[in-house]
Design a protein around this ligand. Structure first.
Ligand SMILES: [Zn+2]
Ligand SMILES: [Zn+2]
Length: 424
């Protein structure tokens, strides 16, 4: 009979045979964040809709078409976390985390919800790991954030990623850039999508963010922010580059990176991995010095990145590291009961071994000894510990090495220590 319920379209279950890969990736990220002194922040899975409308940007495709917005029973408009940064900056402001001065260095691992067309590596609930460093205008912190991600990829063992770096300038550089973009696009306004026609008037930078294929084509050769940086932005960009060199982080300057919203400033970067083909961005980030103010706080500089876990896993699986990604340790010992009378003693033995730090399992459905041994093999147990009448009488167990098939009697009192040595 076909199951009545399925996971909603665009979502997936992470099953036990796959979840260990997630754990490896998340553990590597937590470890590198620990080294860089970034601390975890966990924000609610939903926020006031207004936060994302402001923190992502009114007029963006994400806000208009992709948010999971609903009204709760109290009539409030709420939205499932649509991106990682706005909630963290909201929490930073709400709890006055900037009161201590210096830089607040935060990281998160969380689900993100977007109503998108499901495709490979894209889900309506996907998961992101990211950091936000709030309080420093850079440029050293910009380099640190990028270096952290490099070290994370190294910790995972993933090679071949390329960091693309640019500066998108500041409100001071924008008027000249906007004018240059208007001049460039002027002959093509009538061909653009309706959003871009409006953007042409209000904020031509956003044309560079449009996903409509014809508009993507139109912007080839368009002027870039890098050509219009003010002196301060130029100096900042040079500072980021010098700091990256000092930290031994490789990158390529790529003026095509854009962030079309006013509160994004200066440093912008993406990490590309060829393992994903055309849609190969595994991480995106940048500076958002105007965001805190946009959300009602006092002006506070910030920079961060987000990286999709599903996409990272696709890359890991498609590359050499996928074959060497360390497998989770198999079960240390399967405790098998040769007779019904041995079942309670078997449970007691398993509990004793677990308390000694070993992973142990046993049958809970009254199966035959033969079926139990099949189960032990299926679970890839390193050892099986057999308990029957003889063993119970002699206070011993029969220990079977599941690889070699060799068996021997071991005194029960010595079993835990023996197994700990063998499985260390
Ligand atoms: Zn500037
Ligand atoms: Zn467009």
């Amino acid at each position: 009979m076909a199951p009545k319920y399925k996971a909603p379209r665009g979502t997936q279950d992470v099953l036990p045979q796959d979840s260990w890969r997630w754990q490896r990736l998340e553990a590597a990220f937590r470890e590198v964040c620990r080294r860089y002194a970034y601390r975890e922040i966990r924000t609610p899975v939903f926020e006031e809709t207004e936060l994302f409308a402001r923190g992502v940007g009114e007029g963006t495709e994400l806000v208009h078409k992709q948010m999971y917005t609903f009204q709760d029973r109290g009539g409030r408009s709420l939205t499932l976390r649509a991106e990682g940064t706005a909630p963290v900056v909201r929490a930073f402001l709400e709890h006055n985390l900037g009161a201590t001065g210096g830089t607040q260095k935060l990281y998160y691992i969380c689900p993100i919800f977007r109503y998108e067309r499901p495709q490979a590596g894209r889900y309506r609930q996907h998961h992101q790991l990211g950091v936000e460093a709030i309080g420093s205008p850079g440029p050293e912190i910009d380099a640190e954030v990028i270096a952290l991600y490099h070290d994370f990829l190294a910790e995972v063992g993933l090679e071949g990623a390329v960091t693309h770096l640019s500066s998108i300038g500041c409100p001071k550089c924008r008027p000249a850039l906007s004018q240059a973009l208007r001049d460039f696009f002027a002959p093509h306004v009538s061909e653009m999508c309706e959003f871009c026609r409006a953007r042409y008037e209000t904020n031509p930078l956003r044309i560079l963010d449009c996903k409509v294929p014809h508009d993507v084509e139109l912007r080839k050769g368009a002027p870039s922010a890098l050509d219009h940086l003010c002196d301060e932005c130029r100096e900042h960009f040079d500072g980021v580059r010098a700091a990256l060199d000092a930290l031994d982080v490789e990158y390529e300057v790529d003026p095509t990176i854009v962030r079309g919203l006013d509160y994004y400033t200066r440093t912008a970067f993406e990490v590309i991995h060829p393992g994903l083909g055309a849609k190969d961005v595994i991480m995106g980030g940048g500076r958002y010095d105007g965001l805190a103010e946009m959300l009602g706080g006092k002006p506070t500089p910030g920079i961060g990145f987000g990286s999709g876990i599903e996409r990272l896993l696709l890359v890991v699986e498609s590359s050499a590291v996928g074959r060497t990604f360390p497998c989770p340790p198999a079960l240390d010992v399967y405790v098998a009961a040769a007779s019904p009378e041995a079942r309670v003693p078997a449970a007691a033995l398993a509990a004793e071994l677990r308390r000694a730090g070993l992973s142990a399992d046993l049958d809970h459905t009254g199966r035959s000894l033969k079926a139990q041994m099949r189960e032990a093999a299926r679970m890839e147990a390193r050892f099986a510990a057999l308990l029957g009448e003889d063993e119970l009488r002699g206070d011993v167990v029969t220990l079977r090495d599941m690889d070699s098939g060799e068996q021997e009697k071991v005194a029960r009192a010595e079993l835990a220590a023996r197994l700990r040595t063998e499985t260390a």
